[in-house]
Write a protein that binds this ligand. Structure first.
Ligand code: ZN
Length: 355
């Protein structure tokens, strides 16, 4: 590849030095659609709730059926995104990785506008989300052809927008893992090798499948030390699985900080929305075992009810509310700095590509 971005971070406004990122959220969505998760309800009253705009009257239902309220599953307004992201900036934040890939209604020009309006570094994703959202033409493409598409997003930009991706992900996986998803995983590994870009995986709700995903990536030549397995806290993986993921070199992505949802079933598996304290306890014990440099944290805001305008905690929640709790729970300033600045900086910068 003729473009070598090693040591740089590629934002939607162009490359920046990795040491200029500051406080970083490694996994968020500003403009997105989670329509891929929608399941048509059977009962008439639920069909009605699925189609209502989000309001204080239906928030009790929406919070427990998040992707099944069509309005809740869309973050579609640039000005709302700007206002919400500014809260992160005003509380000391400076960089957001916006990892809406193809299938999540990625919006290159929208992200560019948000970056220009807020002054935040915004990094855009590339590659493909879960199989249910794959565009039909993907089936006919080989691994190498899919890899070429991802590489083009990084080196040329998306379509004719000129806006370039800075991360490969989030790459979606389901339970069971679909054949098309395996092809995309291998294509993503090829694109990672050829560009040096960071790779981000939305795993399956299953310990075994997730460890299998790590094997598929390794066999396809991915740089596991430059790869994050996300959602490890809400998928309720065992501690042993977490150790195995990290011992393979991958980062462990903890999101959903400030999430006001309750545990509920998704694809037949309990999605554990616990609370920040549970997440922090798991992180503290992993740090004790020596995994500090493998941990990344964020909110993964992807539904309207996460936004402050809809009564959620928003993009500034970790800075406003979680950091004070971390200090009371005994996290040192060095550990906070690692989680908020150093780890995301190391992860999001490009590595040397294979030539
Ligand atoms: Zn996400």
């Amino acid at each position: 590849m003729d473009i070598n971005l090693a040591g740089k971070v590629q934002t939607v406004l162009g490359p920046v030095d990795s040491d200029s990122l500051g406080v970083t959220l490694y996994h968020e969505h500003l403009l997105t659609s989670l329509a891929a998760w929608y399941e048509e309800p059977v009962e008439a009253s639920e069909k009605g709730l699925a189609r209502q705009p989000v309001s204080t009257e239906n928030l009790w239902w929406v919070r427990n059926h998040r992707p099944n309220n069509l309005d809740n599953a869309q973050l579609a307004d640039e000005q709302t995104a700007i206002d919400e992201a500014m809260q992160f900036k005003l509380n000391g934040g400076s960089t957001i990785a916006e990892v809406s890939s193809i299938g999540l209604a990625r919006d290159p020009l929208g992200l560019k506008h948000i970056a220009q309006a807020t002054g935040l570094n915004i990094i855009m994703g590339s590659g493909y989300y879960i199989g249910a959202s794959h565009p039909p033409e993907l089936e006919k493409l080989t691994e190498d052809q899919i890899a070429e598409r991802i590489i083009r997003d990084i080196t040329v930009g998306v379509g004719d927008t000129g806006v370039k991706a800075g991360i490969i992900g989030e790459i979606g996986c389901s339970r069971p893992l679909q054949e098309g998803e395996k092809v995309v995983l291998r294509a993503s590994a090829i694109a990672q090798r050829k560009t040096g870009a960071p790779l981000m995986i939305h795993p399956a709700f299953d310990d075994k499948i997730t460890l299998n995903i790590v094997d598929i990536l390794r066999d396809a030549g991915a740089n596991l030390n430059h790869t994050v397995i996300c959602h490890v806290n809400v998928y309720a993986f065992t501690t042993e699985t977490l150790r195995m993921i990290a011992d393979n070199g991958c980062y462990l992505g903890f999101e959903s900080f400030g999430n006001l949802g309750y545990p509920h079933l998704l694809q037949g598996r309990l999605l554990e929305h616990r609370c920040d304290l549970d997440y922090l306890d798991t992180i503290a014990s992993l740090i004790e075992e020596g995994y500090l440099e493998k941990i990344l944290i964020a909110h993964d805001i992807c539904f309207k009810d996460f936004l402050t305008i809809y009564g959620g905690n928003g993009y500034a929640h970790i800075l406003r509310n979680t950091l004070p709790v971390m200090r009371i729970r005994g996290f040192s300033e060095e550990q906070v700095q690692a989680l908020m600045v150093e780890n995301p900086e190391r992860y999001i910068q490009f590595a040397q590509p294979d030539v």
